[in-house]
Design a protein around this ligand. Sequence first.
Ligand code: NAP
Length: 454
Amino acid sequence: MPIRSVNPVTGDVIASYRAADEGEIERALAAAERGAGDWRWRSFDERARPMRDVARLLRASKVDHARAMALEMGKPVAQGEAEVEKCAWVCEHYAEHAEALLKDAPRATDASRCFVAFEPLGVVLAVMPWNFPFWQVFRAAAPALMAGNAMLLKHASNVPASALAIAKLMRDAGFPNGVFQTLLVGAEAVPRLIDDARIAAVTLTGSEAAGASVASAAGRAIKKCVLELGGSDPFIVLEDADVAKAACVATDARLLNSGQSCIAAKRFIVVDAVHDAFMSRFTLEMNARRVGDPLARETAVGPQARRDLRDELHAQVTRSVARGARVVCGGEVPAGPGAFYPATILAAVEPGMSAFDEETFGPVAAVVRARDESHAIALANASRFGLGASIWTADRARGERIARQIEAGCVFVNGLVKSDPRLAFGGIKRSGFGRELDEIGIREFTNIKSIWIA
Ligand code: NAP
């Protein structure tokens, strides 16, 4: 894929970039190795200083970055600003808590002194997606850098402006040379980077296909990898739920980031008793959200990030309809040069249809009718993915009981599934393995070293 920014509203090329050549890749790897060699011995206070500065710079420049994301991948500006704010939060969170999260953990053994230490691994390669061009990077970088690692970023080929802006922010914040770098390369360069002895580990956020390729390369090189992949999150509405509230949050859960979120709710599993009431309220809400120019502050849903992805999404809708799903709203490709797709609801979705079995990465909601609670749980788990899930019920204890039966990395009862620096984030099944955020996330790229002294 060429490395370029294309405006998804107009189809115009904003900027094209040359991929790094062999010499540039070599220099980046050498700088990363040197950077990591020094950074690992810096104190937590020394690491926290540029981390806090980058948070300050992010906040000060959020309007500019949100505008750049709107132009480069169509994210509505208000959501872009919130994304940049969240990046500042994760930087401050780890600047403040990394030392406590990584402090030596004493163990009672036969030794006179025994403890577990959490030491940096070295250079972490971060292969990142375009959907949250800032958040995905900072979510990985803040804990990895605070743990004493260096990071080499290979961002998605359609968000090079964001990739370069992040590298500049890190430089301006005072991270030493080589501690954080952006390398503009295509996906084909990734296996060779993973294989390089100077790369210690790799983290990928992206599709299943990319996950399989990165995990294979990491397996061949025997290197640690974390995979944050796709999802088809269930949103279960039970008969005792507040249907109006559920329908409103369902709409946000499906349409946030124009539907292009791994933890967007995708399959709305609604029990018979409230199916029709939910459907009519959900339809009203979905139709009420404004689709349009991502630079306009009132826009809720922008274009899809690329036209090819929009066309793929529409093909999933068409295939589902051919197998018996019914279009309640949306479902048609609008005329014009942009990559727009309307807020769409498919009713009567069942296993065996694309909208149920695959990840729909756009504003398409699949509504699935369930007979009762146990049928709803079975449908929720009848997916190859296991990232997030939400459950709607007036009974918290019932919600908790069901949450324990759901195959997913996180379950929210009566709430929107979201990532949070204080909560471990990641999936099971084909949604990947390993965790980001929280204490577990910062320990992923450490050598968990037991020290035993007689
Ligand atoms: P993608 O096509 O897999 O790309 C992600 C990154 O992987 C890009 O940098 C891409 O580079 C690279 N890549 C693609 N194929 C590769 C290969 N065979 N070997 C090595 N690297 C490869 O995914 P996307 O379209 O950018 O992002 C959407 C996907 O990411 C969705 O499935 C979504 O659910 C998932 N996602 C998951 C999470 C999570 O936390 N679980 C969060 C956000 C998104 P190029 O751009 O150069 O091809």
